[in-house]
Design a protein around this ligand. Structure first.
Ligand code: 5RP
Length: 222
């Protein structure tokens, strides 16, 4: 199976999971990226079953609306039973690195509201120790150089994501060379740096369920 076919398989499995587990009339939290896009396309088949969706990025909002799925403002929503999103890396504790698409802050906000986080990923994303994928950190533009110096003190090599501005008007530093053995501790430490909006570690709020696309089919991990 190609990587695209694996993404489609996990996206369909997630759409089936949501149709089975989530009451009709619910609002669904929707992530960002190529795997999340496959999920949006699969969700569209059951769209009348849901009241609408909350989007984790402008790109996702446009894709949902393109399918005729109503997109709600998170401030008008109190309950999201499930949030479905991809990941750049995921470990055995279902901690993740996210933000390859630059949507990490809104993803973390929607995930914080959601009751359950369902991660959908092809097998290449599953790792023993995270850090091979550079850790994205969203930073207020005027703090870029100061935050980069602080990240270097952790042993990382921050690289400004060239020509990229987040949906929130900020920049991204991608931190190379980390070996993340304490995901929760590192998430908290980076978030405390002045000028950091958030970082792409999802360890304080890991996934509740991983649907992993493999050559042997979609496997579930809890
Ligand atoms: C976007 C993300 C994505 O979930 C992550 O980058 C995975 O993307 P893809 O499904 O395209 O591999 O965090 O900010």
């Amino acid at each position: 199976m190609t990587q695209d076919e694996l993404k489609q398989a996990v996206a369909q499995a997630a759409a089936d999971y949501v149709a089975r587990e989530v009451p009709a009339g619910s609002i669904i939290g929707v992530g960002t990226g190529s795997t999340a896009n496959c999920f949006i396309d699969a969700l569209a088949a059951h769209k009348d079953r849901y009241a609408g969706a909350v989007a984790s990025s402008e790109a996702t909002r446009k894709r949902l609306e393109g399918h005729g799925i109503p997109v709600l403002d998170l401030n008008d929503v109190t309950h999201i039973p499930v949030y479905v999103d991809g990941a750049d890396e995921i470990d055995g504790g279902l901690n993740m690195i996210k933000g390859g698409g630059g949507a990490l802050t809104r993803e973390k906000i929607v995930a914080a509201v959601a009751e359950r986080f369902v991660c959908i990923a092809d097998g290449s994303k599953r790792v023993e120790v995270m850090g091979r994928f550079p850790l994205p950190v969203e930073v207020i533009p005027m703090a870029r150089a100061q935050v980069a110096r602080e990240l270097e003190k952790l042993g990382g090599k921050p690289v400004l994501r060239a020509g990229f501005v987040t949906d929130n008007g900020n920049v991204i530093l991608d931190v190379h060379g980390l070996r993340i053995t304490d995901p929760k501790g590192l998430e908290a430490r980076i978030n405390q740096m002045v000028g950091v909006v958030t970082n792409g570690l999802f360890a304080m709020r890991p996934a509740n369920l991983l649907l992993l696309g493999t050559a042997d089919g979609v496997k579930s991990f809890i």
